[in-house]
Design a protein around this ligand. Structure first.
Ligand SMILES: Cc1cc2nc3c(=O)[nH]c(=O)nc-3n(C[C@H](O)[C@H](O)[C@H](O)COP(=O)(O)OP(=O)(O)OC[C@H]3O[C@@H](n4cnc5c(N)ncnc54)[C@H](O)[C@@H]3O)c2cc1C
Length: 424
């Protein structure tokens, strides 16, 4: 494990330092610093979400490459990384996907200690409900693929579901009666902002420059090679650019003349007022297009599948919340009097096979870590680790090799829709 890093002179985050600061009223130092923009960097990362910041951190921590800039047009975490519903799991459908997401779960489990930042990872168990025979078949398939990769998943029946989540309507009167579920005990939730801030602080401590309010406007490519980027604050020379811009990834790829099969769709979510803890597991219903979890503070967090048309809108809609409420009440009728506090939307970069696109592109020095759709937050650590290795060695490590761009014209798609459409 890499040792926890913190900015020079910054206190270690602990209960003791919290008490000391509370008693003395001493200010906490900035978790990451402001820097002036250099004329050149060894690596420029576009996008200050979990993927960009994790790649920057692992470049510095694992490879000693710290002359790195993360350029973020807004503030860090302002994209999907600060808008997601923070569900972590590795119960995917393809062996490639299961191996990949499981590595991320391993990194997430030790992340708080590694970054010296409480990321509030809570192992809760993850249930994907089956309301018909074909869903049950897919669940059995997923359970077998998971077990072969050493991931704990099993199909359980109504009695076990009732025991794990007593408030789900298991009666025959339900519109879509529950027949069984895929149960994945290691699944859980995390505090998404803390993950972003923890990576930012640890990357900064190792010399990475994080530039917020710095938009990349163009990528300079000469004779098929990256030479630099043009930003809203001036030009930067660099031999390597990594595109980690998720919902905006096609726009940044266009700047380098690289075409990717990605379409951007809004995804909405909502949160209720807090209530006493009653829901331990994360519950997903693909047939009802909803999922729900309860935060440590007691709020219920709801989500669904993407809006039905591509758009760059980040506004919630009345139609969404009406549909969501109807479906949630079919699942848990006793929530009828709970008040929704807030709803929001983020952008999702959807690929045809619901798997990411990672690695090299036809332009030398231009790399991509995109196609994260509705499921990319959980992949932040493994993607950062793998992309850092790819940048250092010049070739994609085996864990991301199946996710290359070439698969789309070579017919090697990695169909993950059965495991990624609703249960992000
Ligand atoms: C409502 C919702 C719920 C979700 N739930 C889950 C979940 O439960 N589990 C899960 O694993 N995933 C979930 N996701 C998906 C997940 O949020 C994303 O896949 C993930 O956050 C992508 O991270 P990222 O770092 O690649 O991109 P982002 O966090 O989107 O960061 C990209 C950044 O690039 C910046 N940028 C764009 N263009 C430029 C430019 N030209 N110059 C500089 N900066 C630029 C943007 O401002 C943005 O901050 C959800 C998404 C949404 C919207």
């Amino acid at each position: 494990m890499t040792l926890a890093a913190r900015p020079k002179g910054a206190p270690r985050y602990s209960a003791l330092s919290l008490v000391r600061h509370g008693l003395t009223g001493q200010e906490w130092p900035r978790a990451w610093r402001r820097h002036s923009l250099r004329d050149s960097y060894d690596v420029v990362i576009v996008g200050g979400g979990v993927h960009g910041l994790a790649a920057a951190y692992y470049l510095a921590a694992n490879h000693g490459i710290s002359n790195v800039a993360v350029l973020e047009k807004d503030y860090i975490g302002s994209g999907g990384s600060g808008r997601n519903t923070a569900i972590l799991r590795s119960n995917y459908l393809t062996p490639e996907g299961v191996r990949f997401y499981d590595r991320s779960m391993q990194l997430y489990r030790r992340l708080a200690a590694e970054l010296d930042f409480n990321v509030m990872f809570a192992r809760r168990g993850h249930l994907t409900l089956a309301h018909n025979d074909s869903s049950l078949r897919t669940m059995r398939w997923r359970a077998e693929v998971n077990k072969l990769q050493g991931v704990d998943s099993q199909v359980i029946g109504p009695a076990d579901i009732k025991r794990l989540v007593p408030y789900v309507d298991m009666s025959d009167r339900a519109r879509y009666p529950v027949l069984g579920a895929l149960y994945h005990p290691p699944g859980g939730i995390i505090r998404h902002d803390a993950v972003v801030w923890g990576y930012a602080r640890a990357a900064d401590a190792r010399g990475v420059h994080i530039h917020q309010e710095t938009e990349v406007l163009g990528i300079d490519v000469e004779h098929g090679r990256v030479r630099g980027v043009t930003t809203s604050r001036g030009r930067i020379a660099c031999p390597v650019v990594l595109n980690c811009t998720a919902g905006w990834s096609t726009l940044v790829c266009d700047m380098a003349g690289v075409r990717i099969p990605v379409e951007t769709y809004p995804l909405q979510a909502a949160v209720t007022e807090p209530v006493r803890p009653f829901l331990d597991a994360v519950v997903v219903s693909g047939s009802l297009h909803v999922y729900v979890s309860q935060t440590a503070r007691g709020e219920l967090v709801f989500g669904a599948s993407v809006d039905p048309f591509p758009s760059y809108s980040m506004r919630g809609s009345l139609e969404f919340i009406e549909g969501l409420a109807g479906h949630i009440l079919q699942l848990m009728p006793s929530l009828a009097s709970l008040r929704v506090l807030r709803q929001w939307a983020g952008l999702c970069d959807m690929t045809p096979d619901f798997s990411p696109i990672m690695g090299l592109t036809p332009v030398d020095g231009f790399l991509i870590d995109v196609g994260w759709g509705t499921y990319g937050f959980k992949a932040g650590p493994v993607s950062g680790e793998a992309m850092a290795e790819c940048i250092d060695s010049g070739k994609p490590p085996p864990i991301i090799a199946p996710f290359d761009l070439a698969r789309f014209h070579e017919g090697r798609l990695l169909g993950e829709k059965g495991a990624a459409a609703v249960g992000h």
